[in-house]
Design a protein around this ligand. Structure first.
Ligand SMILES: [Zn+2]
Length: 437
């Protein structure tokens, strides 16, 4: 944001803004990057909030992973994400996992080495946590997605566990610490939306520069379009989706919005083309969906978990992959991929595309971003998804479908957790330090 825009936004004159900036610099709130370098030495140079403004932490709890990372209040990661030493399984671990979440937050903070004093828990002002279950607006796990967590007010439980961890280390928590919990696909959509808006702003800035140089005369910058909507699909061990409509995250009245995974697959089991072999085409899941109890919901047919079960059932071409990661690695390395794995992933992509085409009729999104481990299968998954979508999305729907870049697939929910935490930073009521004499 330029200083002139900042003054406009704050409703003050530029000289007043300049005085405020000088005062904030004097008191150590802005001016230095976390590394200690002065980035605001030049008048007119970029300004940043300092460590004094606090830290935020993002936590991503998946069905098979747990990651946490510490960021500055601008959302820049201060370290690589850290994970527990042992793999986790959220279905089996129950509330013990919440203790582990508290411990991993403490570890993330204490392993973040500042160039000055070590970071402390009390510096953390906001924590965003993603969980593989719908939660309501207060962060209470709803439905029977993770029965052992159902009805638990996750932010309160985590605050208490963290306070205990802090006390064991003779530390305290920041008095106004805010902990926000959301389902993981909602974090994916928050991050994807932030990037979408940033791209629009960058595109507009480019147009402005061109206009200044006399190019594109008469063309108006688009500005981040207020009517844009975006869907994030998490196609992984499970299938879920998050939705931002016109800039607002849509979670529904109980947190149950966006359940792409539990919609019925249209025309299943006759939905797959003849190019997919008869074994995969005629294969049916042997049990009902554990969450919605239906036999032919998308998750029971096309989630990573369902595909692994299917390959186990049909075996045939040798060993079946034991995990999603093994499956996508096989698919990426074409030589290791069996025809059966290939067909199963194509079938999954087709089914996600079919359901998506029906689901997005309620939202008419501008953009659909596909994340989750299936995004790592690349075009083997994405091409059938796009083809099925465009065949089924008749009547003018025209969302652009992109996948999350490989390097970001395992990180986007964590980055979204940091976006969520930053939305809940509060500075009001921060005690004013005594001014130097
Ligand atoms: Zn289901």
């Amino acid at each position: 944001m330029r200083r002139s825009d900042l003054a406009l936004e704050a409703g003050i004159s530029e000289p007043t803004l300049q005085r405020a900036i000088s005062e904030l610099r004097r008191e150590g709130w802005i001016g230095y990057e976390f590394s200690g370098r002065d980035t605001a030495g030049r008048r007119g140079g970029p300004l940043r909030l300092t460590r004094r403004a606090g830290l935020v932490v993002g936590v991503d709890v998946g069905r098979r992973h747990l990651r946490a990372a510490v960021a500055d209040v601008h959302g820049n990661l201060l370290t690589q994400p850290i994970e527990p030493d042992e793999p986790i399984d959220v279905e089996d671990s129950g509330s013990a996992l919440l203790h582990l979440v508290a411990k991993i937050v403490v570890r993330a903070v204490s392993s973040t080495a500042g160039e000055e004093a070590p970071y402390r828990l009390a510096e953390v002002r906001a924590i965003g946590v993603g969980v593989p279950s719908p939660v309501d607006a207060r962060g209470v796990a709803v439905g029977m997605f993770l029965p052992q967590w159902s009805g638990l007010p996750l932010p309160e439980v985590l605050t208490e566990l963290l306070a205990r961890e802090a006390a064991e280390r003779d530390e305290g928590l920041f008095p106004g610490l805010s902990i926000k919990v959301a389902k993981d696909a909602d974090l994916g959509v928050l991050k994807a939306w932030q990037e979408h808006v940033e791209q629009q702003i960058e595109g507009d800035a480019e147009l402005d520069r061109d206009r200044e140089r006399g190019k594109h005369a008469g063309q108006n910058p688009s500005r981040a379009r207020a009517d844009d909507s975006l869907v994030f699909v998490k196609a992984s061990t499970g299938v879920d989706a998050g939705l931002v409509c016109q800039g607002h995250l849509v979670t529904g009245s109980h947190g149950l919005a966006g359940q792409l995974g539990h919609m019925s697959v249209p025309h299943a089991p006759h939905d797959l083309s003849n190019s997919i072999g008869i074994r995969v085409r005629e294969d049916r899941p042997t049990r009902r969906c554990r969450r919605c109890t239906r036999p032919l919901c998308l998750e029971n047919l096309a989630s990573g978990g369902a595909v692994l079960d299917q390959l186990e059932r049909l075996r045939g071409d040798g060993d079946s992959p034991g995990s999603m990661e093994e499956l996508v690695t096989q698919v990426r390395d074409q030589t290791a991929m069996t025809p059966l794995s290939h067909e199963a992933v194509v079938a999954a992509g087709t089914r996600v595309g079919l359901v998506l085409a029906e689901a997005v009729r309620v939202a008419d999104p501008t953009r659909i971003v596909v994340g989750g481990l299936f995004a790592l299968a690349g075009e083997v998954f994405m091409t059938p998804l796009r083809v099925a979508f465009s065949d089924a999305a008749t009547g003018g729907l025209s969302a652009k479908i992109v996948s999350v870049p490989d390097a970001q697939v395992k990180r986007i929910e964590l980055e979204g957790a940091i976006v969520l935490a930053r939305k809940h930073l509060h500075f009001a009521g921060t005690p004013k330090p005594v001014a130097p004499a």
